[in-house]
Design a protein. Structure first.
Ligand SMILES: Nc1ncnc2c1ncn2[C@@H]1O[C@H](COP(=O)(O)OP(=O)(O)OP(=O)(O)O)[C@@H](O)[C@H]1O
Ligand SMILES: [Mg+2]
Length: 218
């Protein structure tokens, strides 16, 4: 359960401050899958970063499973961040590591043990079983994004935040990645919040919201 109350976040804009999020209230039920849309600069990435505990709001509260993360100290935030999966438009893979090691990277960084069996099962699910020993530079964009998905999910997150995960993919690959994300999140009972500029993709998620004027519009 995600509950935001009157969240305000401002950024310096050269003259004064711009309220990127302006009294934003929103709730998302456990396991719910949501498409987050909005014009460039509307604050979508900012909102994901607040949910991930990477940015702290200037005012208002953020409750995740009854815990007020907006009032966490740095130690509590560091622990909280380990429970979040993030997927990015530009994949952010580590080029000297193999596909298998990239997949396990976040979980291992967080001190979770990931067996070869866990990696192989996830790779199989994502159609990447034959590529486990390859390096990121040897993969297509769609394959690299599958590694990004595996990396986020092998960490067993409580919530998956995806920031334009299909932004660099053609429409066929985008559709495949969307279907994988939705199916895997459903199986693992993980909330999915996915930013996308694609109307066609957004319409396939059970819930669609727009960020406009610093607030959420259903
Ligand atoms: N580090 C920063 N310093 C100052 N302003 C920033 C910073 N990061 C973002 N902003 C501003 O905050 C606003 C919201 O940015 P954000 O990245 O959240 O938008 P977005 O909806 O994700 O846009 P896009 O669709 O282009 O990714 C923008 O006006 C942006 O210029
Ligand atoms: Mg953004």
């Amino acid at each position: 359960m995600i509950q935001l109350d009157e969240v305000t976040f401002k950024r310096p804009d050269g003259i004064g401050y711009r309220h990127v999020l302006d009294g934003l209230s929103w709730s998302v039920a456990a396991g719910e899958q949501v498409a987050l849309t909005g014009e460039s600069g509307s604050g979508k990435t900012t909102l994901l970063n607040i949910l991930a505990g990477l940015l702290t709001p200037d005012a208002g509260s953020v409750l995740i499973n009854e815990r007020k993360i907006s009032h966490y100290n740095t130690t509590e935030l560091a622990l909280y961040r380990r429970t979040i999966g993030m997927i990015f438009q530009h994949y952010q893979l580590l080029s000297p590591l193999t596909v298998a090691d990239n997949m396990a990277f976040q979980a291992r960084l967080n001190g979770r043990s990931v067996s070869h069996g866990d990696i192989a099962a996830m790779a199989e699910r994502l159609g990447m079983a034959a590529k486990l020993d390859a390096y990121p530079s040897q993969l297509s964009g769609g394959e690299q994004q599958r590694v990004g998905i595996a990396r986020a999910l092998l960490n067993q997150p409580r919530m998956l935040l995806a920031d334009e995960p299909t932004g660099n993919l053609d429409s066929v690959r985008s559709q495949e990645v969307l279907e994988l994300l939705m199916a895997l999140c459903k199986e693992q009972h993980v909330n999915l919040i996915m930013v996308t500029h694609s109307r066609a993709l957004a319409a396939q998620l059970p819930r669609l919201v727009e960020l406009r004027d610093g607030r959420i519009h259903e």
